[in-house]
Design a binder for this molecule. Structure first.
Ligand code: NOJ
Length: 888
């Protein structure tokens, strides 16, 4: 009959056949020692490993998940074994309308769950909006912007019938500025990222869809994230790169925003392609069972990244709850789960309580966001694989011909907020003698750069936006959306000048320096648009395999700026980029009178930059990363060459917590523009800092035992009952939950069935378990979030026009290993000219704690602690000591 259960890679699925895929501890050790924390090729040493954590914690409805948990239990109790399995397993790549779909439960009228990219809008769709990227709205430092953007994106996904929006992103955090997908996330600062992700998750889920916070964790670069993909680019590796990290850095830096996402209620988390300490993200029991579900008390479900599942039973026991897109490799027609998961429950290799927990978590997320509200769930009304109105519902099988795109317009009023958000995220980096804003009455305006104009192939002309033609308003890869239109800067500037019947001319070909100079020499103002692009590792653009090869400008941007500014002493540079670019020469060049960083602003990019350039809005954005004078100044970089022969490349995160501004501060390197920096058309002054310590309950570790694991319903687990139905006509490539034959060994397709391997210790144990010390509720121990200090300061607008100031607070934790300062508070405040307002920060206990690896918990060290307040990470005129706390 069907061959789908006979996957080559499925050997470890139905029984405990392959020790290497079951227990992290038994994975091969290779060439690195913990001591030699360098990325240089070395040999004969031991690789870092990831400790085991079993059993997989079962959800308990803690935090505000109680109601959702009860509803989920009631729902799951009605399900049969295969119906449960169907909710955990994708139906295969391109088998249904969305980038990922689970099976359905026809008996209960429960439709397949639809997972759709992306973190900035709907991918592979139409009549949807293209929002500014995460790394761009981070520059707004505005919680309302993040919430509203999340809500608007969630509402659009909901309108298309999507259940799970595959975003937001906080991994990559942004360890290396050249990392390809940093722009999908928010900021290399964990606090800023954490605040942004929390608001985004809450906004999205308020709109009735499930957020999927991704990629968990340490997915910090594109090179080597998957062996197969790397082979396509000529690299010979057999396993994904391993991000090797210590426990303290993990907690204090990369895990931080995930904790905020969990605390904000994210319904799902996507595990990542890479390995972490030589255990794959989607079968790393320490990170999924121990930290995410145990310590952070995550109540939702863990979904694999697409084809990031590398084993069956091993991933199930390590805490994976849903596999996407469901097939082992895209369009292979075979699966680690599906029928193999059914079989593994029947033969006892996966305890029934574990499957029940997986499905309960999925359904709890569904209820938690209110997907069961009347009218919320609707049939998916678009198809990812074709923009045609009619086509195949099951694209890969070419089956189910009919209407596949209803062309439902879900955009509402979003163009307005997109423009507003893009404006609020624009950062003014340089402005000499009021060069900006422009009056619009300049005698002659010249515009330069490919980045000013349109992509001649159209706004969606390159597949997954994998090119850099015309103005750059999003990066490339799965983290993209289709543009409904794209207002280029040139169009917007022309509209501006046409209004006053002025004169504007342009040269958009960045290589035509002769024409550019000839025009620039006549101009009263020369606005030069430049960019730098990056994206996901399955696409290479101009030799950049996802990650950027350098931090310089694309499309001859540097030569263009130099040539234009050589002949025009009022050159304004506008940068659209995925992250930091080298601007040091331009910062110092007197002919360059203004520099603006506008990030990746989405569909309204031109209108938004015109609002800033022509002064309709006073800029208030601040840099969410550091712009250094050279890439070497940053604490870490991308690994471009494998360093472990054909085995998994070993990427040592030996810089610890010292990335971005923490690296510059530690080494006392002067950046071009520091983290948190941004100018306004007005000016601000800080004064009168005051600190109040609160009397709070002492921090108490989470203690005691959990309840035992539960099983829901009493479905048969008899193999005879779960055979492919006799009259069933399977769709090609589709992944089903049934079993093919009643002899388990034959059905498994595993020659070693029942003869090899062992379970990781404790993995089958459903009895009450000791609680994780730093845990207790979603986000970790609730005592971490007690407000322990209130700090206030005064901020005065000393100029003559209203403006927004992002006031910032940094903490020094006092220890020798601590960063000189870390961001722990901010607020974007609108201040009238001459007015003074109070900036208030409430510090939580976690904000002043360090992770203690010995006790495996947070602690307030005895080191003296200080706070700093001001307008950027290097402009902090106010400071105060933090008094010690007294406990109630
Ligand atoms: C792989 C990407 O890493 C992930 O972010 C995305 O959601 C999936 N592909 C689905 O497209």
């Amino acid at each position: 009959m069907r061959t789908q259960l006979l996957a080559a890679g499925a050997a470890a699925v139905a029984c405990v056949a392959n020790g290497a895929s079951i227990s992290e501890a038994s994975q091969p050790r290779h060439l690195f020692s913990r001591q030699s924390l360098s990325n240089a090729t070395t040999s004969n040493t031991t690789l870092p490993t990831s400790p085991p954590f079993y059993p997989s914690p079962w959800m308990d409805g803690s935090g505000d998940w109680g109601d959702a948990y009860e509803k989920a239990k009631a729902f799951v109790s009605q399900l049969t074994l295969v119906e449960k399995v169907n909710l955990t397993t994708g139906v295969g790549w391109e088998s249904e309308a969305c980038v990922g779909n689970t099976g359905s439960i026809p008996r209960l009228g429960f439709q397949s769950l639809c997972m759709q990219d992306s973190p900035l809008g709907i991918r592979f769709s139409d009549y949807n909006s293209a929002f500014p990227a995460g790394g761009t709205v981070a520059a707004s430092w505005d919680r309302q912007v993040w919430y509203d953007r999340g809500y608007a994106m969630g509402a659009e996904h909901n309108g298309k019938g999507v259940d799970v929006q595959l975003g937001p992103v906080v991994g990559p955090l942004g360890r290396a500025p050249a990392g390809g997908r940093g722009w999908e996330g928010f900021s290399p600062d964990p606090f800023l990222s954490g605040q942004a992700v929390a608001q985004t998750v809450q906004g999205m889920q308020k709109a009735g869809i499930i957020a999927c916070t991704k990629h968990y964790i340490l997915n910090e670069q594109e090179h080597f994230r998957q062996a197969g993909e790397s082979a396509g680019f000529g690299f010979n590796i057999t396993e994904s790169l391993s991000s090797n990290i210590d426990d303290k850095t993990l907690h204090e830096l990369y895990l931080w925003p995930f904790a905020d996402a969990v605390r904000a209620g994210t319904g799902s988390v996507m595990c990542s392609y890479n390995q972490i300490n030589n255990s794959y993200g989607c079968q790393n029991s320490h990170l999924m069972n121990g930290i995410l579900k145990g310590e952070l008390g995550f109540q939702g479900f863990v979904m694999s990244d697409w084809a990031a599942q590398h084993a069956g039973v091993a991933t199930t026991l390590a805490g994976l709850d849903m596999t996407m897109p469901g097939d082992t490799a895209f369009d292979s027609g075979v699966a680690y789960w599906g029928g193999n998961l059914t079989l593994s429950v029947i033969n006892g290799t996966v305890p029934e309580w574990r499957l029940d927990d997986m499905v309960t978590r999925i359904m709890a997320a569904y209820y938690y966001v209110g997907r069961d509200a009347p009218g919320n769930v609707k049939p998916v009304n678009f198809n990812s694989w074709s923009r045609d109105e009619y086509g195949y519902q099951h694209a890969i099988a070419k089956a189910g011909y009919g209407k596949i795109n209803e062309r439902v317009d879900v955009r509402r009023h979003h163009a307005k907020i997109i423009r507003d958000h893009a404006v609020r995220s624009t950062v003014l980096l340089k402005n000499v003698d009021g060069a900006l804003p422009l009056s619009g009455k300049e005698k002659m305006t010249a515009v330069f750069g490919d980045d000013a104009g349109d992509n001649t192939a159209g706004p969606n002309g390159c597949s997954d936006h994998g090119c850099d033609n015309g103005t750059l308003a999003m990066g490339w890869g799965s983290g993209t959306a289709s543009f409904p239109y794209l207002i280029s800067p040139l169009t917007a500037i022309q509209n501006e000048i046409a209004k006053v019947e002025g004169r504007v001319e342009w040269v958009t070909n960045g290589w035509d320096l002769t024409s550019a100079q000839a025009l620039a020499a006549q101009a009263e103002v020369a606005i030069t648009f430049v960019n730098a692009d990056s994206g996901e590792g399955f696409i290479s653009v101009d030799g950049n395999i996802g990650d950027r090869n350098n931090l310089t400008l694309w499309k001859n941007g540097d030569a263009l700026i130099r040539n234009v500014s050589a002949v025009c002493n009022n050159t304004i540079v506008v940068v659209h980029s995925v992250g930091p670019v080298i601007l040091d020469d331009y910062a110092k060049n007197p002919n360059i009178t203004a520099i603006v960083w506008a990030g990746l602003p989405g569909e309204q990019t031109g209108n938004a930059i015109a609002d800033i350039l022509y002064g309709r809005v006073n800029p208030g954005g601040k840099l969410p990363f550091t712009i250094g004078a050279s890439r070497e100044d940053y604490g870490a970089d991308v690994m471009y060459e494998p360093n472990n022969d054909a085995d998994a490349p070993q990427d040592q995160f030996s810089e610890g917590i010292f990335i971005d501004y923490r690296a510059f501060d530690r080494k006392n390197i002067q950046p071009t523009y520091e983290f948190g920096f941004g100018l306004s058309y007005t000016t601000f002054e800080y004064s009168h800092i005051q600190v109040a310590a609160h009397t709070v309950p002492a921090y108490t570790p989470n203690e005691g035992m959990t309840a035992p694991a539960m099983q829901y319903g009493n479905s048969s687990i008899n193999i005879e009952d779960w055979q492919y139905p006799a009259d069933f006509a399977p769709i090609n490539y589709y992944i089903y939950p049934w079993i093919n034959g009643s002899d388990a060994k034959t059905a498994s397709g595993d020659a070693n069935y029942g003869t090899e391997g062992s379970f990781p210790a404790g993995s089958q144990d459903g009895s009450a378990q000791p609680k994780v010390r730093a845990g207790g509720a979603p986000g970790g121990n609730p005592r971490l979030y007690d407000v322990v200090y209130t700090i206030v300061a005064l901020v005065k607008n000393t100029g003559s026009i209203p403006g927004d100031e992002v006031a910032q607070l940094y903490v020094n934790l006092g220890g020798l290993q601590d960063a000189p300062k870390i961001l722990r508070g901010f607020d974007r405040i609108t201040i009238a000219p001459g007015a003074t307002v109070q900036f208030t920060v409430q510090l939580c206990r976690r904000d002043v704690m360090n992770w203690n690896t010995a006790i495996q918990d947070w602690e307030i060290t005895a080191d003296p602690k200080k706070v700093y307040v001001g307008g950027s990470s290097r402009n902090l005129p106010l400071s105060a000591d933090l008094p010690s706390l007294s406990y109630a």
